[in-house]
Design a protein around this ligand. Structure first.
Ligand SMILES: Nc1ncnc2c1ncn2[C@@H]1O[C@H](COP(=O)(O)OP(=O)(O)OP(=O)(O)O)[C@@H](O)[C@H]1O
Ligand SMILES: [Mg+2]
Length: 464
């Protein structure tokens, strides 16, 4: 531990972080900073490496390379990649939630929040059984713990349900309970992995309110999120990953209008970029693509922090290693290549903007549904009962892939649960997901969710 007052504006500094799993580079030379007291969002398509970044920060993985510095308010500094993982919450005051809810479902809400304060209570008992005899220091710590738990239950809008089992809460409320539990550990940095996944708009709004309340206490937040309504409304700063590399970094507005981000995040094919821009309704960006690269975001001045050029493989110069990814996989790189080719042509008057309706009809004509659905054995023409399941509850499926799956006639957990090898291969072919479906056990996850949906058919709708 050493004092570094000069870097104290930043609670977190990630420098040249790399994480490899065998030949797969999940994170490649990633650097970014999170400012104290702000909400920093980490976004990107499925498989971009967001959770892996969290796992490195919170000690679940030891990074292959790089440095992760946590600067506490008191000026003390911790190198998280060197700290034993159980010391990261206790000494560096970093707390996290997980992409899949992890609560003690049989315990009450209050008990869940008290368990989170176990360390504090153990310390007060002198790590002995004195707590059992009502030792004064333990009694006081215990009263404080209950008070803190009630405070965060109140902030999460859950105080009325303090004595109910956590498993009885609706899904959105369980998400808020997890955050309340993390706050009971007194973090300086709170890391949230997709807290809005599967929430309906009302639950999303309640989550935004809770996060803004946490920010107002001075706690810094690092947020992984696919839900753009959450990211754009509450983030101060956004870092965008694609294939483990940073492709954009800035305020929400600049990131939102970065064509590379739109292409990468929405996961569109190269020829669809313009039409997606039309769909998101950003006239300025459409014009940029028509006339050439934007100096603020184009490859000219910011290529160093962006993904590499389009190629069939991602090269890692330092190790001389090649990791194969799908051909032309990087959508951000495709936008770079496209912008560069436009820039190399003489600039003429901007082309007339395409009306949205025209772009959409082109898309419809270009994509014959029959061709897209080939290979999936149990596709449906429409969701049963007119209501699709929220497929994003399966870890590894984000809104983009949910949309793609819906386009391919997959709407329900039980459909995915019934996939055979050929279906998995067909799905991976259009999601460009080499081996991920099995690795992330989508079938197992879908089976569990299908069972849950069958048990409680009317508990919760999907986020659509
Ligand atoms: N323990 C592991 N072993 C092998 N590969 C892994 C491991 N953890 C992650 N990966 C792989 O690393 C890549 C990045 O995964 P990660 O879960 O970090 O992505 P993500 O951006 O969080 O995606 P999502 O939005 O789907 O949650 C993926 O290809 C994933 O399959
Ligand atoms: Mg993830």
């Amino acid at each position: 531990m050493n004092a570094t007052p000069s870097s104290n504006d930043f609670i977190l500094q990630v420098e040249h972080l790399s994480m490899k799993f065998g030949g797969l580079v999940a994170i490649g030379d990633l650097s970014f900073q999170a400012r104290r007291g702000e909400i920093t969002a980490l976004i990107g398509p499925n498989g971009a490496g967001k959770t892996t970044v969290f796992n490195c920060i919170t000690g679940f993985y030891k990074p292959t390379e790089g440095m992760i510095t946590l600067n506490k308010r008191d000026g003390s500094t911790y190198l998280l990649e060197r700290l034993p993982n159980h010391e990261i919450p206790a000494r560096a005051n970093v707390a996290r939630t997980f992409q899949n809810i992890r609560l003690f479902s049989g315990m009450t809400l209050l008990e869940n929040l008290l368990v989170a304060q176990h360390n504090k209570l153990m310390k007060a008992s002198g790590y002995t059984f004195l707590g059992l005899f009502g030792f004064p220091s333990y009694r006081q710590a215990s009263a404080e713990s209950i008070e803190l738990a009630r405070h965060w239950l109140d902030k999460a809008g859950l105080v009325d349900r303090a004595d109910d089992p956590a498993g009885d809460l609706p899904y959105g409320a369980q998400r808020r309970l997890e955050i309340a539990r993390a706050m009971c550990t007194g973090p300086e940095l709170l890391c949230l992995d997709e807290p809005a996944a599967g929430l309906n708009p009302k639950e999303s709004a309640a989550l935004n309110e809770l996060l803004m309340g946490i920010k107002s206490t001075g706690t810094s937040i690092l947020l992984i999120e696919h839900d753009m309504s959450v990211v754009m409304q509450i983030s101060d700063h956004v870092v965008v990953l694609e294939y483990g590399r940073k492709i954009s970094d800035g305020n929400p507005q600049s990131v939102r209008t970065d064509p590379r981000v739109i292409a990468a995040y929405l996961g569109v094919d190269d020829e669809e970029v313009q039409e997606v821009l039309t769909e998101v309704g950003d006239e300025d960006v459409i014009e940029q693509l028509d006339t050439g690269p934007d100096p603020a975001h184009g490859p000219g001045n910011s290529a160093s922090m962006m993904a590499g050029p389009v190629s069939d493989s991602v090269e890692h110069a330092n190790e001389g290693e090649r990791v194969t990814v799908s051909k032309g996989a990087s959508k951000a790189a495709q936008v770079d290549a496209r912008s560069a080719s436009i820039a190399s042509k003489p600039i003429v008057a901007p082309a007339a903007k395409k009306p949205a309706a025209k772009a959409r009809s082109t898309k419809a004509a270009a994509k014959a549904p029959a061709a897209k659905t080939a290979g999936i054995s149990n596709r449906l023409d429409a969701p049963r009962g007119g209501k699709a399941d929220s497929l994003i509850r399966i870890k590894g499926i984000g809104p983009v892939n949910e949309r793609k799956l819906n386009e391919h006639g997959i709407f329900h957990f039980d459909q995915i649960a019934a996939w055979k090898k050929a279906d998995i291969e067909a799905a991976e072919a259009y999601l460009a997901f080499d081996g991920r479906i099995e690795r992330e056990d989508w079938i197992g996850q879908a089976k569990a969710l299908a069972k849950e949906a069958a048990a409680k058919p009317a508990t919760r709708g999907g986020r659509k």
